[in-house]
Design a protein around this ligand. Sequence first.
Ligand SMILES: [Zn+2]
Length: 213
Amino acid sequence: MGVQGCGKGTQAIMLARDYELTHISVGDIFRWNIQNHTKLAAQVRRIINEGNLVPDDVVEDVIRQRLSEHDWNYGFILDGFPRSHRQAQFFLESYDIDAVIHIDVSDEVVMERVLSRRLCSECGLDYNIIQHRPRVADQCDVCKGKLITREDDNEAAIRKRIADYHEKTAPLLDLFRHKELVIKTDGSLSPEEIQEDIRKQLRLSKAISKPEE
Ligand SMILES: [Zn+2]
């Protein structure tokens, strides 16, 4: 858990890769729907373009359906869920959770990171004009596609998401803390440092592997 832009997705991918976990990302599921022009996508697109969070019942349905596929051998890591008290209750009642990872990062850092995100309009590769610059400005290193900003990465939409996070999602950490599930890590560190800290706190032993090219 953590505000959007804290690096949840990156950390989830690193854990999933080395521990053979199924990575379930709410954002990815919604993005897939948008790319494939589904009915759900039309609804979701309108909501996020206004900078709002997708309503609880929609997110819950999507996650419930995704989890019903049971396509994991060693477990799953969820990214982007739960975001509300109701979703958290549903999740606690339905699944046996090993841990909740809280990536703590300041609003200012998140704002700076999200505003520097770019995406290749052709192949979908992520860039960051501060940390991961393309070799040629506004052009994808891999396919030469044009780099674009995601529609929902504008300042007003980000401020709204941060405010929503503090109001609705942050209090859930208390719910999970009561069950002694939460570990907290410093999201201002590098992705590798954060991952190492997570593994240390969860007493996981594997070294971080390099992503396959
Ligand atoms: Zn590309």
